[in-house]
Design a protein around this ligand. Structure first.
Ligand code: ACO
Ligand code: LMR
Length: 264
């Protein structure tokens, strides 16, 4: 009989052995000829299926509006300092990417986890927020360094407007908005931020598209796919900041003494 050698790697998303590469079984020629966009490619390689156009459009909007947020944020700052230290593109990029985490850009998965759990358990925004406070956990997806109740994040508004028009249901987003209404009643900086908007809206996308079983949604949320959107998007801006610094021939960065509180 046939003896099958055991393999060292299992892979299910792409295959380069034939005449042309395939993403989740879809040949590259179809991807190009049928005018697929980057949202479709993300659907195939991350979710292993073709998603409806409104979903891939939403993914593309997330990528476009998270691509950059100026030179002062953690990621861009690290990238700029690294590029100015004479390091190469990849080093400058990863230096910026390494700042993405629970406070900056990497709160999308936790926002999805906590909003989903609270909504599915029927917690009121008050019970949810106060419960988090008791546990000493900041609500992921809420709060911003510069955005305020009277100076909202335009990106959040744009995402919400798109979803209200195109998604069959926005129940998780509406819940996040109710949470925001409650947190804003406590402090003016506790707005729904872009991580919270994407986290809650992606729950609506997963649940409303009819393309994922309940078990698959739980797995996506548990593994944590969604920070990948910010990582991917912000790489575009971080690469831009690297080129910008090189183009401007900026010297080694040294932080000014005056801006440090030296104390014992
Ligand atoms: N939930 C509950 N209370 C909060 C939250 C929150 N998410 N954020 C701030 N507060 C309250 C707390 O009382 C906090 O006091 P503490 O330090 O004793 O906990 C107080 O507000 C401090 O507020 P700020 O000084 O304005 O907050 P800071 O500037 O330090 O933090 C940050 C901003 C990191 C975004 C914060 O709001 C936070 O941790 N949010 C959750 C994580 C998150 O969503 N990050 C993504 C931001 S968007 C992006 O990066 C693309
Ligand atoms: C970002 O997208 O980088 C921001 O929302 C963070 C910030 O402080 O502006």
């Amino acid at each position: 009989g046939k003896v099958r050698a055991s393999t060292h790697i299992i892979s299910t998303i792409s295959d380069d052995r034939g005449e042309e590469p395939c993403y989740a079984g879809v040949p590259m020629s179809s991807i190009i000829e049928q005018g697929y966009g980057v949202g479709d490619v993300i659907s195939l390689l991350w979710f292993k299926r073709s998603l409806p156009r409104y979903c891939t459009h939403f993914i593309e909007i997330c990528i476009m509006l998270c691509a950059d947020h100026g030179p002062c944020v953690s990621g861009a700052h690290n990238t700029i300092v690294t590029a100015r230290a004479g390091k190469d593109l990849v080093s400058s990029l990863v230096s910026g990417l390494l700042t993405i985490g629970p406070r900056f850009g990497g709160a999308i998965d936790d926002a999805a986890r906590y909003f989903k759990d609270a909504y599915d358990r029927g917690l009121t925004p008050y019970e949810f927020v106060e419960g988090m406070k008791k546990k000493g956990i900041r609500v992921p997806g809420i709060g911003h360094r510069i955005k305020r109740g009277d100076n909202r994040d335009k990106r959040v508004e744009l995402l919400q407007r798109f979803a209200r028009t195109h998604f069959p249901s926005v129940k998780y987003m509406e819940y996040a908005v109710q949470v925001e209404t409650y947190t804003l009643s406590k402090a003016n900086n506790l707005v729904l931020n872009v991580d919270g908007a994407i986290g809650s809206l992606f729950l609506d996308l997963l649940a409303g598209s009819g393309m994922f079983s309940k078990q698959e949604i739980d797995e996506i949320v548990e593994i944590g796919y969604l920070n990948g959107l910010f990582v991917l998007a912000r790489s575009i801006g971080l690469i831009g900041h690297t080129f910008d610094q090189k183009r401007l021939k900026q010297p080694l960065y040294r932080h000014p003494w005056e801006d440090v509180l030296y104390t014992k």
